[in-house]
Design a protein around this ligand. Structure first.
Ligand SMILES: Cc1cc2nc3c(=O)[nH]c(=O)nc-3n(C[C@H](O)[C@H](O)[C@H](O)COP(=O)(O)O)c2cc1C
Length: 162
């Protein structure tokens, strides 16, 4: 389909109707620089073998870092981590400043606070329009405590009290 065939703004709004959780995805490049961004394109893919996917925009400053990365980590955020989400969504921010980090395979940065965390090997990269689809083989995962941070129509939210 021609890229002129849809109104990009309207399509963005339509995509935004899909309520999601929020993740921060991190990696480290060969030179030892840490990279990370906020992403809601995360999806579970397969239990056997254990696989997940997410999409990285071609315009992200993180693009080159993730292009050469062998591993990455996906952190599913808690409702009280909205400020962390905002930091990792800000271009030019010193995203890792002041964060307590552990290190995973290939030295990738692991955040210590999360609702769930998946440590992955890059199993595939698939160019798709203005994004690249990343497929991750899950090497390890942890489950934390708490409620999820939500995202819908460009706004953060949390689950209503039962
Ligand atoms: C809730 C939310 C979800 C986002 N999801 C994605 C995503 O799935 N993929 C992506 O490439 N960018 C996504 N972004 C945008 C990136 O976080 C943001 O463009 C990027 O971090 C800007 O800085 P960078 O150039 O350092 O990557 C999202 C932003 C927000 C606030």
């Amino acid at each position: 389909m021609s890229s002129n065939a849809v109104d990009a703004r309207a399509l963005r709004d339509a995509f935004g109707a899909f309520a999601t959780g929020v993740t921060v995805i991190t990696t480290r490049d060969a030179a030892g620089t840490d990279w990370g961004l906020t992403a809601n394109s995360f999806s579970s893919v397969s239990l056997d073998p254990p696989l997940l996917s997410w999409c990285l925009g071609n315009a992200s400053d993180c693009f080159a870092g993730f292009e050469e990365a062998s591993h990455f980590a996906v952190h599913v955020l808690r409702a009280d981590q909205e400020a962390l989400s905002a930091t990792f969504a800000r271009k030019g921010a010193d995203k890792f400043a002041g964060l307590a980090l552990e290190r995973g395979p290939a030295g990738i940065p692991l955040l210590s606070e999360y609702l769930a965390r998946f440590v992955c090997r890059v199993a595939g990269r698939y160019p798709a329009g203005d994004h690249v689809i990343f497929l991750g083989e899950i090497l390890d995962f942890q489950i934390g405590e708490g409620e999820p941070l939500l995202f819908h129509r460009g706004r953060y939210g949390r689950l209503a009290a039962p």
